[in-house]
Design a protein around this ligand. Structure first.
Ligand SMILES: Cc1cc2nc3c(=O)[nH]c(=O)nc-3n(C[C@H](O)[C@H](O)[C@H](O)COP(=O)(O)O)c2cc1C
Length: 330
């Protein structure tokens, strides 16, 4: 699959990607480790995502063992604009990894300054950088000096609940060379608890000159509309709201699609998973399947069975059985 005939928004390759060229209200598939691989990105792109992000890749790992990151950083041309997200805590290493991202043909490179995971934070990476603005700025500066593609930063509101670092942190990142920013306004301590504080998003929008993306609690089209209206963000980063629901990117859609369409998309997604990851792709697909079939009446049993699929044919068989049962019950 090298081209998506339905796609109208792909930025031409001969023109360098710039965040500022995107029309206001652009919608991104936010980076999600274990979720936003090329298969899922292609599905979201098909449904209207304007910009897609890879899963985060470790800068150290990219340089030390490049083949281990191949799956994270694989993409197809028609996914453009596509941004590679990297994670690390050393300016030199991050600059070198940014160069690799550029050489791989990505349209932009994004720095993860939000990951709350213990292992990442313990290595002074991800959200830990929110505690060290000097180091965060040095990283962005080193990257911006190393590459010609735009460097963006995805960050949280702070590390500790008692120490909200925004909007000052965002201003520092802009001054260090970030061409765009995205904010998930929860602290690292909060992880995913409570709700995202969109007033922080608004403060950042009001204090920086580069495009700002809003993330956090974007679960449906109504939330997308409200987030734009309440904060003035230029772009929306959709994360959990896209899990099992790539239709969230369809501007005109008001309801989730009927079961038949969900089945068709889930099967297409599963075929892509197998194409890129072989049979292991089906194991990774299990979680997507439970998300796709969430909320349909009577689908609880089907969802349980989906956790047991090993190969694509298992999925086809399960769906056929389910449809047969439905027909008998009708
Ligand atoms: C499973 C999962 C994995 C994530 N992985 C990343 C990641 O690799 N990099 C990143 O910047 N954010 C990551 N995030 C954060 C999301 O991009 C997003 O900012 C966050 O989920 C808030 O948006 P939401 O409330 O609309 O889901 C992840 C979130 C989830 C749920």
């Amino acid at each position: 699959m090298s081209e998506n005939p339905n796609l109208t928004q792909t930025v031409k390759q001969d023109k360098k990607f710039s965040w500022s060229d995107l029309p206001a209200g652009y919608e991104c598939l936010s980076p999600m480790a274990g979720v936003t691989d090329t298969a899922f990105r292609q599905i979201c792109k098909r449904h209207g995502a304007d910009v897609v992000f890879t899963e985060m890749a470790s800068a150290n790992m990219m340089l030390a063992a490049p083949t281990r990151n191949e799956a994270f950083l694989r993409y197809e041309e028609w996914e453009r604009p596509i941004i590679g997200q990297i994670m690390g805590g050393d300016p030199k290493v991050m600059a070198e990894a940014a160069r690799v991202i550029e050489e791989m043909g990505f349209d932009g490179v994004d720095v993860n300054m939000g990951c709350p995971e213990k292992k990442i934070v313990g290595n002074a990476c991800g959200s830990s950088l929110l505690r060290d603005g000097d180091m965060a700025a040095r990283i962005v500066e080193a990257m911006a000096n190393a590459v010609n593609i735009p460097v963006s930063v995805k960050m949280r509101s702070g590390f500790y609940d008692s120490d909200i670092v925004q909007p000052q942190f965002a201003i520092r990142m802009e001054n260090a060379g970030a061409a765009a920013l995205a904010i998930h306004p929860r602290t690292k301590e909060q992880a995913y608890k409570g709700s995202a504080d969109w007033t922080i998003t608004r403060q950042i929008v009001e204090n920086v000159g580069v495009p700002v993306g809003g993330s956090g609690d974007v679960m449906d089209r109504e939330a997308i509309r409200r987030l734009r209206e309440e904060t003035g963000v230029q772009g929306i980063w959709v994360a959990r709201g896209a899990m099992g629901n790539p239709w969230i990117f369809e501007r005109e859609r008001t309801e989730r699609p009927p079961l038949a369409e969900v089945i068709e998309t889930a099967l297409e997604h599963a075929r892509l998973m197998v194409k890129y990851k072989g049979n292991h792709g089906m194991i990774e697909m299990r979680k997507h399947l439970t998300w796709y079939f969430n909320g349909f009446p009577g689908a609880a049993a089907l969802r349980e069975q989906m956790k047991t699929v090993n190969v694509y044919e298992d999925l086809v068989r399960l769906i056929e059985q389910h449809q047969l049962l439905e027909r008998f019950a009708a």
